[in-house]
Design a protein around this ligand. Sequence first.
Ligand code: NAG
Ligand code: NAG
Ligand code: NAG
Ligand code: NAG
Length: 230
Amino acid sequence: MAEEVAFLVEPLEDCDPERIQDCIGRYIWIIITLPVTIWFMLTFRIHMPKCHLQQLYLPSLDLSNGTAAAATINPTLFFDLELENTMNDHSVRYSDINLTFYYGPNRNFTIANYRVPGFYQGKEKTAYRRDVVETHDLPWDDAIRKVSNGSTAVFRVDLVAKPTFRYWFWYSKRRWLRVGAKVEVDATGKKVKKEPIPLKSAAPHERRYGPGRMGFQVLSGFVISAVLLY
Ligand SMILES: *[C@@H]1O[C@H](CO)[C@@H](O)[C@H](O)[C@H]1NC(C)=O
Ligand SMILES: *[C@@H]1O[C@H](CO)[C@@H](O)[C@H](O)[C@H]1NC(C)=O
Ligand SMILES: *[C@@H]1O[C@H](CO)[C@@H](O)[C@H](O)[C@H]1NC(C)=O
Ligand SMILES: *[C@@H]1O[C@H](CO)[C@@H](O)[C@H](O)[C@H]1NC(C)=O
């Protein structure tokens, strides 16, 4: 942004009083270009943060000591969530982020809810949120039976947030971020996949810009700018 502003303001420095009309023209050009640029950056140049589940651990499914500890169930889970702002020109302001944990791959068996308090995330910054959450109604017998014979227990993690994005001094409208993933847990109590699990968009109503639509919007943005400027 600094470069763009410098590029806009530079012509004003060598403003000759005898050619005041040129200078006024430049002011008008700036007054028109700046809002168009800002509008364009806040409307089309936003990429949603990337979310990864780094870890999911349920101590009661950890049978690595060789004991199915069914008598003393620890009804908690531990999660480690990574939120990455990949943009180098926008920062992100999150309001509360809602996490929902489900037993099974569907969303019909909630076992825990968690609220990550809102926070501000700078450009190209990565944030981690980790905590221990108490679960409710988890069918431990079923889960332990599954992991103890070498199979896996399946969980689902959903994330819902409505962040706003800052460009220079301006904020975009709030946009829905709805992502989730299926997570398989084995008898180590941890997720089977060693790599972080990407939370992907699953909500059917999320507004998405396909390549065609995005192309059209970029084009129309330029056309509007061109019409305004020349
Ligand atoms: C396994 O054993 C270790 C060391 O004794 C202990 O710290 C850990 O809590 C045990 N885990 C389970 C799931 O019982
Ligand atoms: C959730 O849905 C699946 C299939 O849609 C079904 O088999 C399962 O019994 C449901 N579970 C609950 C708790 O309703
Ligand atoms: C685990 O046990 C269930 C029944 O209890 C069975 O259907 C399943 O095939 C078993 N899986 C493995 C990997 O042994
Ligand atoms: C998170 O959950 C709370 C309580 O259910 C709700 O009021 C809030 O609107 C939710 N936030 C988002 C971003 O969905």
